[in-house]
Design a protein around this ligand. Structure first.
Ligand SMILES: [Zn+2]
Length: 453
């Protein structure tokens, strides 16, 4: 998610289904479509395509939508409905096997690595030429079409231009611009909205049995990201960690605090990614070794070693990307905090509005005390500088800056410690150990204490 998404006032009012009567919505979101909350418009389009209305179907689709809006869930539901004899009943064997990922004619491609290579695309192209073995169509879902390499895209283009009669391509990407123009111009495009908080909360209550109050606050905190909302509603540890992250702006007072917090954020990201990849890495390696015949006794062929090296470097790239994503989520949380501070400072959200639950709401309403404290003790210009510092960090993480260093620099900037140190340097009488941390000489806003009084 980019900063623009975060800051966009449209983000919360985007869904067009607001005026639909609930009964119409509940009729629409049944069977395989049941969990596509907030996506009534998209579901209408896909249902028409499945029902073979003239011109409603296309052999290539590009589903776009912000992270967490449910692109791949929509693609999977669409695939199930295309295989189902009853338009996606959700109960038959076809529906169930597609949703479980085991239908022989539905290929779901998701990559954990940075790119989808030309070789992987060629394998898909071969698959696309085959007739369905059991189902009605051959469906190929590429969940991260934005990660197809340029050469891969060339290979893909041919098959999309001259499709096999019963093959359907479903490409997913954050925005249409993330997919090269020659491909996207040949696809039917469908955009998924950011689901409304109420729709996400409703899903958490209905499907996961979450407590309604908890579901509402998780949905608001996750800002339309369904997976994130679910994690927050289910997992107390995730909520505690979020609370800790959101306490940083008001709790960090000294350079030592900043370094310590950065270390912990970095270690947490490491631990999170380690837990997610250890088993996966081992499984992939065992699978490859079996395929190469290395689990039986035999000489290790040179090309087998090369294949293992390739896998290792791919796994390393994946670990790196997941680590960056984990830290990026911290940046997102902090950005929402300062966005709330700015909303209070510019009177977009007044205390009265908040109490009456009307008007624009704070994303982090449960941290209202800290937000108001920060709003009172700093200027809007300082808040904007802090948001800038977070966005700079996102750019640093995307380039090759060491993550720990990037996070340290950010925390020092948002805590105001850099301003404090600079102030000391300006007064020779109290020169402190400020060298090296004067990272933002352009900041001229007078320092005001960021901490609680
Ligand atoms: Zn079915």
């Amino acid at each position: 998610m980019t900063a623009t998404d975060q800051m966009s006032p449209d983000a919360e009012s985007a869904p067009a289904s607001r005026s639909n009567p609930a009964s119409q919505t509940s009729e629409l979101l049944t069977g395989v479509w049941a969990d596509l909350v907030g996506q009534e418009n998209a579901v209408r389009v896909l249902r028409r395509a499945v029902s073979a209305q003239p011109h409603a179907m296309s052999h290539a689709w590009l589903l776009t939508g912000p992270p967490g809006s449910g692109r791949s869930n929509a693609a999977r539901a669409f695939a199930a409905a295309l295989e189902c004899d009853d338009g996606g009943c959700g109960r038959c064997n076809s529906c169930r096997t597609v949703l479980a990922g085991s239908h022989p004619d539905v290929t779901m491609v998701r990559t954990e690595t940075l790119s989808i290579t030309v070789k992987e695309v060629r394998d898909l192209v071969v698959k696309a030429t085959m007739s369905p073995s059991r189902g009605r169509r051959q469906v190929i879902v590429v969940e991260d079409a934005d990660r197809v390499t340029e050469r891969g895209a060339d290979a893909l283009l041919k098959t999309i231009e001259e499709p096999a009669p019963r093959t359907v391509w479903l490409l997913c990407a954050p925005t249409a611009e993330d997919v090269i123009i020659t491909i996207r111009s040949r696809c039917r495009r469908l955009h998924l909205a950011t689901p409304r908080d109420a729709a996400v909360a409703d899903l958490l209550v209905r499907r996961d049995g979450a407590d309604p109050t908890l579901a509402a606050s998780a949905a608001r905190a996750a800002q339309g990201h369904i997976g994130r909302a679910r994690a927050l509603a289910r997992n107390e540890e995730a909520r505690n960690r979020r609370a800790w992250i959101l306490s940083l702006p008001t709790e960090l007072r000294t350079l030592g605090d900043c370094l310590e917090a950065a270390r912990r954020l970095d270690e947490d990201a490491d631990a999170e990614v380690g837990a997610a990849t250890a088993e996966l890495d081992a499984r992939e390696r065992a699978k490859l070794e079996r395929a190469l015949g290395l689990d039986t006794k035999g000489a290790r062929a040179r090309n087998a070693q090369a294949a293992i090296r390739d896998l290792e470097s791919e796994q390393k790239a994946r670990t790196k990307r997941m680590r960056r994503d984990a830290l990026d989520r911290v940046l997102t949380e902090l950005t929402t905090f300062y966005r709330d501070v700015l909303a209070v400072q510019t009177a977009a959200v007044s205390l009265d509005d908040e109490a009456a639950l009307s008007g624009p709401r704070l994303v982090n309403a449960e941290f209202s005390r800290q937000i108001h404290q920060m709003a009172d003790s700093s200027s809007p210009a300082q808040t904007v500088h802090r948001i800038d510092a977070i966005l700079d960090t996102r750019r640093s993480l995307e380039s090759n800056v060491a993550p720990l260093l990037a996070v340290e620099t950010m925390l020092i900037a948002i805590s105001g410690v850099d301003e404090k140190l600079r102030g000391r340097v300006a007064r020779p009488s109290s020169a402190g150990p400020a060298h090296g941390w004067r990272a933002h000489p352009h900041r001229s806003a007078p320092h005001r204490s960021a901490g609680p009084h």
